[in-house]
Design a protein around this ligand. Structure first.
Ligand code: 5AD
Ligand code: SF4
Length: 451
């Protein structure tokens, strides 16, 4: 029996990949452990999106090196692997910078991990795979194992052809690729059979999905969702992350017509100034985005919108930044992520001369985050007194408590609900906390009123 510790950074696609790596290595005798200290193999599944994310990996590797040395002194061995987008972007430089690393494996090559581990165990060399191999990793990886979870991620699309000038994804994840419909349906059915009630479809550009259908034609994401909605016991569907340019009419209509598709949409705009949007190569203006939001809300009036924002993109003036604030005020987000622009090696924006000073980025981020937090609070406050179907996922911190999600992705805590994990039950929201809601089961409240 060997112990495996996987530490995951970055996006949900990495979370999905980490689970698949664990499933792939299970037949080799690896079982999951909670800490690096007692692991025989450690995989860091890394993110390269911003400098901070990438640098975290090297400080973690420093710690692992010491653990590895201590293990060697006791006559044991620890294998260290770096996977994910830093592996793809930096390749053998990682081993040059931290020679304790045994394996470097990019996101398209996880199916090759068993042979890489075998190679390492035969000698003391390193193993490196950062090509985009001809074989499809999804054809080779095993189907996800049943873990008794209520919700699951399912990667349907990878890569990006949009080339936003700030972004590393087209380089680390390669060109847009969509998995075939049959493969996705089979995986989703397996998940539903194992007790999963909600699937979040993942892709760097998920709404650009165009996988080959069983009829031989290219299927849109909307068509895929329609087919997934027919799977018995699969009660909720979500998808992330979408590009405004790929928000097609049929996908908007799906939000109106398919009850399993949850009324929540992560639709990053990044900035509100047309000059900055053009410099980012986003392919849409602020007005295009606002019109799109109107069309989505016309189809599904209660939809909760979420977004990503970058402040301090090269050349961003005070007026440009104000345009971002204005756009946010018009949209009213339920939730959002915002970041200071981080120059990434090899991307066009990193070479622009007019970089924004750090203190200006700081101030703009603080102002934007104050506005977004106020909007999130207002959205949560508007939920007080309402009744939502909640899908219960996990036990809460208090005895008997269970935590689930509202249709709008808010965590909802409910007392005496442990037995409901795995099911969807109506909950009346009684209190709004800073990042979650508290509610009571409608049935028990009605009972209480009847007494
Ligand atoms: N600097 C800061 N934020 C970035 N993002 C992507 N690249 C960068 C960068 N170079 C943000 C975008 C994207 C999210 C995943 O990360 O907002 O939507
Ligand atoms: Fe980070 Fe992007 Fe890679 Fe996800 S795809 S891990 S966000 S760099």
């Amino acid at each position: 029996m060997k112990r495996l510790f996987i530490k995951t950074y970055g996006c949900q696609m990495n979370v999905y990949d980490s689970a698949r790596m664990a499933d792939l290595l299970a037949p080799l005798g690896f079982t999951a452990t909670e800490t690096a200290a007692d692991a025989d193999m450690v995989i860091l599944n890394t993110c390269h999106i911003r400098e901070k994310a990438a640098e975290k990996v090297y400080s973690e590797l420093g710690k692992l090196k010491r653990l590895k040395e201590a293990r060697a002194k006791d006559g044991g061995r620890m294998v260290i692997a770096v996977a994910g987008c830093v592996a793809q972007a930096e390749g053998k430089e990682i081993i040059a910078r931290q020679p304790a690393v045994d394996i470097v494996v990019g996101p398209q090559s996880y199916q090759r991990l068993p042979e890489m581990i075998a190679k390492i165990s035969r000698g003391t060399g390193h193993a490196l795979e950062t090509e985009f191999p001809a074989e499809d990793k999804f054809d080779t990886l095993p189907a996800p194992a049943a873990h008794g979870a209520t919700t699951a991620f399912l990667t349907v699309q990878e890569g990006c052809d949009k080339f936003c000038t700030f972004c590393v994804v087209p380089y680390t994840r390669g060109a847009e690729f969509s998995r075939p419909v049959a493969q996705i349906l089979a995986e989703a059915k397996g998940l539903a059979d194992s007790g999963v009630r909600e699937i979040t479809l993942l892709g760097q550009n998920v709404n650009a999905y165009c996988g080959t259908g069983p009829d031989g034609n290219a299927w849109s994401l909307a068509k895929l969702i329609e087919a997934l909605a027919k799977i018995d016991r699969l009660q909720r569907l979500r998808f992330v992350t979408s590009h405004p340019r790929d928000m097609s009419e049929d996908l908007i209509a799906a939000h109106r017509d398919i009850p399993q598709l949850m009324p929540y949409l992560h639709l990053p705009v990044q900035a509100g100034s047309d000059t900055i949007l053009a410099a980012m190569n986003r392919g849409h203006t602020a007005a295009d985005y606002l019109k799109l939001v109107d069309r989505i809300r016309a189809a599904r009036p209660d939809i909760a919108l979420s977004g990503d924002f970058i402040v301090g993109f090269p050349g961003e003036t005070d007026a440009d930044f104000k345009a971002t604030l204005d756009l946010v005020k018009q949209v009213e987000y339920a939730q959002a992520y915002s970041f200071k622009y981080s120059p990434r090696p090899g991307t066009p924006a990193a070479a622009i001369a007019r970089q924004v000073p750090e203190e200006v980025k700081e101030a703009r981020l603080a102002e934007l985050q104050a506005l977004l937090t106020a909007q999130q609070k207002a959205f949560n406050a508007s939920c007080a007194g309402r009744t939502f179907p909640v899908l219960f996922e996990n036990p809460g911190r208090k005895a008997g408590q269970a935590v689930g999600r509202s249709p709008y992705l808010q965590p909802v805590h409910v007392e005496d609900a442990l037995s409901l994990i795995g099911s969807i039950v109506d909950v009346r929201i009684e209190a709004v906390l800073s990042n979650s809601l508290k509610g009571v089961l409608v049935s028990s409240r009605e009972k209480a009123l009847a007494h």
